[in-house]
Design a binder for this molecule. Structure first.
Ligand SMILES: NC(=O)C1=CN([C@@H]2O[C@H](COP(=O)(O)OP(=O)(O)OC[C@H]3O[C@@H](n4cnc5c(N)ncnc54)[C@H](O)[C@@H]3O)[C@@H](O)[C@H]2O)C=CC1
Ligand SMILES: O=C([O-])CC(=O)C(=O)O
Length: 269
């Protein structure tokens, strides 16, 4: 007999959340869009024609949904994460950098029998990094290059009075550990946080962030040196229409991660 469908609650209908919610509405076997959390209900109903489920506060999604997907501005992360975990749900964050700052939530998930599933998001190769971690990893580094518009307004840029207007050469904005870098770029380095969590942690994972007028895509290159393998991988993401900081593949990665929870055949580590 077929299992019942798992319901997904989507927090935030921005570039990522709207795409995921639309995919669920269009139909993914085994999954159903259970509830959404938005600021503008009328806009949401227009984006999700045919959705008749409830619109609730972010903290209420876990009351009825098996899986809670967070696609909010980073500052609202805990508002949705904490109740979902307390309710024993599967929590899928996109604002992954916030996990580093709210690390107690991992222990909370363990205590409550909840789970936090971090999708690969706008990155590449977390399967290989996770496999390498079962052996010994010596080093992991990542270089992020974004068009200057995708980095404008980041706290690090503002706090240091850096002007990104009219750049003619690539400009190195940050070099250091992922833990040091994330707070200055909360809407840009979720990928780096995910990489660090898959591998050797935010203190040992090295990072460079470049504002590069020569790229039109959000470009991330990771290099891993491990006893089992050495690998270098690059992904060049098309910025999404609604938010130039966010690569279009981010939503697709979340959809693929949701599918994995119910598919009878799962491929990849
Ligand atoms: N893990 C990854 O690889 C990546 C993660 N991200 C992160 O994912 C998150 C979502 O990204 P986007 O969809 O591009 O952001 P976005 O800014 O397009 O969407 C955020 C949405 O949340 C809504 N919102 C704001 N306050 C709300 C509230 N109180 N209740 C309900 N909704 C509210 C906004 O109206 C907006 O629609 C961001 O934190 C972003 O930095 C982005 C790219 C890659
Ligand atoms: O979309 C991207 O290329 C990466 C990004 O913004 C993030 O990790 O927050």
């Amino acid at each position: 007999m077929a299992e019942r469908e798992l319901t997904v609650g989507v927090a935030g209908l921005g570039g990522v959340g709207a795409r995921v919610a639309q995919a669920l509405l269009a139909g993914i076997p085994g999954l159903a869009l259970g509830a959404i959390s938005v600021r503008d209900g009328a806009r949401a109903r227009a984006l999700l024609a045919g959705f008749e489920g409830p619109i609730v506060a972010p903290e209420a999604l876990g009351e009825t949904c098996d899986i809670v997907l967070e696609g909010l501005p980073p500052a609202l992360f805990r508002t949705v994460a904490e109740p979902a975990l307390d309710q024993g749900r599967t929590f899928m964050p996109l604002s992954v950098g916030q996990l580093l700052e709210h690390w107690d939530l991992v222990e909370r998930a363990r205590e409550r029998g909840a789970r936090i599933l971090v999708p690969t998001g706008a990155l590449i190769g977390l399967d290989a990094v996770r496999a390498a971690r079962e052996g010994t990893i010596e080093s992991v580094s990542m270089v992020t290059r974004k068009p200057p518009a995708g980095l404008a307004g980041a706290p690090h840029v503002v706090a240091n009075g850096i002007s990104l207007d009219g750049l003619s050469e690539p400009l190195l904005l940050f070099s250091g550990s992922v833990r040091e870098g994330v707070p200055g770029f909360p809407a840009n380095l979720n990928v780096a946080a995910a990489l660090s969590l898959a591998g050797i942690g935010p203190d040992r994972t090295r990072l460079e962030v470049w504002a590069d007028p020569g790229v039109t895509r959000n470009t991330h290159t990771i290099e891993v040196e491990a006893d089992a393998a050495r690998f270098t991988m690059t992904i060049e993401n098309v910025p999404s229409e609604t938010n130039p900081r966010t690569g279009r593949i981010t939503a697709l990665s979340a959809i693929a991660a949701l599918r994995r929870l119910v598919d009878p055949l799962v491929v990849g580590t």
